[in-house]
Design a protein around this ligand. Structure first.
Ligand code: G6P
Length: 609
């Protein structure tokens, strides 16, 4: 977590760093800081608790320098406090920003205390700046100092380091946390992601694991983990600077909910023919791999995990292929039995989630036959580490609560169902049916978005409640889980999801007039059973909020509120109903005055364990 940005230029870099921080704020927002080497070759630093706008308010308008680094933090070691905010500085000489976790910081701290270094923070990061300073004293050269210091560190890092001894130099390094270099004309930049630098460049170099970069205004020189000089390709980003702008929307989350028809259409573009899905969409060698696959293991975190749970229903029910799904933080420490010819699938918006990356590495050690990543960020670590990839084309997702990334992951999973199912009894008719339905999806999502005002009308029933229950059956159970997660993460209302059939085994005891119960009830073969479950709630004085097809027989009456959803094929229902639950969570959170795009204690991209 945390976002870092840095620059070496001829112009004042402070505005570039501040704009970069604003764009990186989704990665962490409990404190922020900036350090530059000023025109007198002195290190100047400003830090602040809170968001980037709080830092901005404290910034000296005169702050001016051609080399600088900045950081927005999501606390891991050390509470959110000014002294724990980055950049960290050693003896007014070296300043450093860090994203990651240094696992052996306690041992290093003890050693450095003995050597007389003074600690001013509770962070794991401070040992790194002291270690580099120590080596700088020995070598007199920043690159050599960073290189000498890194072997002492255990853990994950993306680093940006400057010193007033070499005022036009920035040294960057990465291991386990993302870092890109932005290539300008007579100026260069670093950042945790591409979007942070789009206002200044569209040309990027993606550092590999273990790389160290020596960056000046005129040159970028990269050394690999073995210390050899290497060339890394310069890539042109297709993102425009305003791809990450909020436009007329009040929040990124709302913008991203409304972008779903476009995001889904883009995810389908060039991936489907008239009646079938192109195997090649999954990358080089995909057809041969798909021929051999006999089982699927899906691993992911958070919202992406919920997409995986829905994928299991589809892969087993439609493609006839055994499928297991697990959260990455559990999988990475387990010793599972690996069935022959199992395709290991990771789902991730960012492609940088530490647990998912570790799970992929674990899977490779365990000997899974093949790996596929379904991801939204090209060039992310997950994409680069996987054999096959299918990119969701959601575009940058800034709101911490994931929306369009989730629905495009579901679309990607349906494409996977088609290519695997075609080889296992789904038949070309089955595949053509999926393709035909997918084509209608962007239009259906548009229709569902038109129900926004109806969803808003429910807000007063939720805004003052402490708890809510979400019910679904079949593929709608993970949809209910996702709805509950959305509500709790942005409105801070405790919400739980249950498969409706489990209600009588416990949660029914909680049901009363203060516990709104939300049900997602498309017209499928489980509808009758779900209706009985809903009666169980009503009989106990519970108030029901049902999203349902017109012809499913659930009527608006006392204690039962119904929003009628346009008729949807069961296959697409998880996507359609999720959009409504996203809107519900959004409007409830807005009415509570919550921080929609940056909910407390969370971050978008969890790059630490
Ligand atoms: C964080 C985000 C969630 C996201 C999860 C997994 O918790 O707040 O929105 O679903 O990480 O992230 P990934 O990028 O791997 O999908």
């Amino acid at each position: 977590m945390c976002g870092i940005v840095g620059a070496v230029a001829q112009r004042n870099v402070v505005p570039i760093l501040m704009e970069g921080l604003r764009r990186l704020e989704y990665r962490g927002y409990d404190s922020a800081g900036v350090a530059i080497i000023d025109r007198n070759h002195c290190l100047a630093r400003t830090r602040s608790v809170g968001k980037v706008r709080d830092l901005e308010a404290r910034l000296d308008a005169q702050m001016d320098g051609v080399t600088g680094i900045a950081h927005t933090r999501w606390a891991t070691h050390g509470r959110p406090a000014t002294e724990n905010a980055h950049p960290h500085v050693c003896r007014k000489t070296v300043a450093l920003v860090h994203n990651g976790i240094i696992e052996n910081h306690e041992a290093l701290r003890k050693e450095q205390l003995k050597l007389g270094y003074e600690f001013t923070s509770e962070t794991d990061t401070e040992v790194v700046v002291h270690e580099i300073y120590r080596r700088l004293e020995e070598t007199g050269d920043l690159l050599a100092a960073v290189r000498a210091a890194l072997p002492a560190l255990r853990g994950a890092y993306a680093l940006g380091v400057i010193t007033n001894h070499e005022p036009n130099r920035l040294v960057a390094a990465r291991r386990g946390s993302p870092l890109v270099i932005g290539i300008g004309i007579g100026e260069h930049f670093i950042a945790s992601d591409v979007a942070a630098l789009l206002p200044v460049t569209q040309r990027f170099v993606f550092l590999e694991e273990g790389d160290i970069a020596d960056i000046t205004r005129d040159a970028v020189t990269i050394y690999n983990a073995q210390g050899e000089r290497v060339e890394r390709p310069v890539k042109q980003s297709e993102l425009s600077s305003d791809a990450v702008a909020r436009g007329e929307y009040r929040h990124y989350m709302l913008k991203e909910i409304y972008e779903q028809p476009r995001a889904i259409a883009d995810t389908l573009e060039n991936r489907i023919g008239l009646h079938h899905v192109y195997d090649e969409a999954f990358g080089h060698g995909a057809p041969a791999i798909f021929e051999s696959v006999e089982a699927v293991q899906i691993v992911a975190c958070g919202t992406s995990y919920h997409a995986g749970l829905i994928g299991k229903y589809w892969l087993e029910g439609l493609a006839g292929i055994p499928c297991s799904v697990e959260v990455a933080s559990e999988f990475r420490y387990r010793k599972p039995q690996v069935a022959r010819h199992t395709l290991f699938v990771t789902l991730s918006q960012s492609g940088e989630t530490a647990d998912t990356l570790a799970a992929l590495a674990h899977a490779q050690e365990l000997g899974f036959a093949h790996t596929l990543s379904i991801c939204n960020v090209p060039e992310s670590s997950l994409v680069r580490g996987s054999q096959l990839t299918l990119m969701t084309q959601a575009g940058p997702e800034i709101g911490v609560a994931s929306t369009k990334a989730f629905t495009t992951q579901l679309v990607a999973l349906l494409l996977l169902v088609a290519v695997l199912g075609r080889r296992r009894g789904l038949g070309s008719d089955g595949e053509a049916r999926i393709v035909g339905l997918l084509r209608t999806l962007p239009g259906l999502v548009e229709q569902v978005l038109a129900l926004d005002a109806d969803v808003q009308a429910w807000v007063p029933f939720f805004a003052n409640k402490q708890h809510a229950l979400f019910l679904g059956r079949g593929t709608q159970y993970p949809v209910a889980m996702e709805g509950a997660l959305k509500l709790k993460e942005i409105s801070y209302i405790h919400a739980e999801a249950y498969p409706a059939g489990e209600l009588k085994h416990g949660p029914l005891a909680l049901v009363d007039a203060d516990m709104p119960v939300v049900a997602v009830a498309p017209n499928n073969e489980l509808l009758e059973k779900l209706q009985s479950n809903l009666q169980e709630v009503r009989a106990r004085g519970g108030e029901l909020f049902v999203f349902a097809d017109a012809d499913n027989g659930i009527r608006e009456e006392t204690q039962t509120h119904v929003i009628v959803v346009p008729p949807t094929n069961d296959l697409l229902a998880p996507i359609i109903y999720t959009v409504l639950l996203q809107l519900l969570a959004y409007h409830v959170a807005v009415s509570k005055g919550a921080d929609i795009d940056q909910p407390r204690n969370l971050a978008k991209s969890v790059t630490v364990e």
